[in-house]
Design a protein around this ligand. Structure first.
Ligand SMILES: [Zn+2]
Length: 90
C-alpha cells in the first residue's frame, strides 16, 4: 500500500482508496485501464485452471486403474494447457 497525493487538494491518500476522503476527488480514475489488462490475462488463467483440472482428473483415473492410459493422456494435455496458460499470462 502506497500513499499518493490528491491532485485536487494535495492531501495524502491511500492508492487503494476510491476517492480522496478530504475533497472527494476520485483517486483510481487513472488506474481503471488496469481492469482491461486483468480481463485479457483471464484467458491464460482459464487455460491454467482447465489444465489443472485435467491433471487432477487424469491422476484419479490413473489411480483407479480402469482408465490408466487415458489418465496419462489427460495428465499430458493438462500439463500442456497449464504451460500454455502460463505463457499467456507472461
Ligand atoms: Zn483531495
Amino acid at each position: 500500500m502506497a500513499l499518493i497525493k490528491c491532485s485536487e487538494c494535495g492531501n495524502e491518500v491511500s492508492d487503494k482508496a476510491a476517492a480522496c476522503p478530504k475533497c472527494g476527488n476520485p483517486i483510481n480514475e487513472i488506474e481503471s485501464p488496469r481492469e482491461a489488462t486483468t480481463k485479457t490475462t483471464s484467458s491464460g488463467a482459464l487455460a491454467k485452471f482447465i489444465g489443472f483440472m485435467m491433471i487432477v482428473i487424469g491422476m484419479f483415473m490413473a489411480i483407479a486403474g480402469a482408465y490408466g492410459s487415458l489418465g496419462g493422456v489427460l495428465i499430458f494435455i493438462g500439463i500442456v494447457l497449464f504451460i500454455m496458460g502460463r505463457f499467456k499470462d507472461g
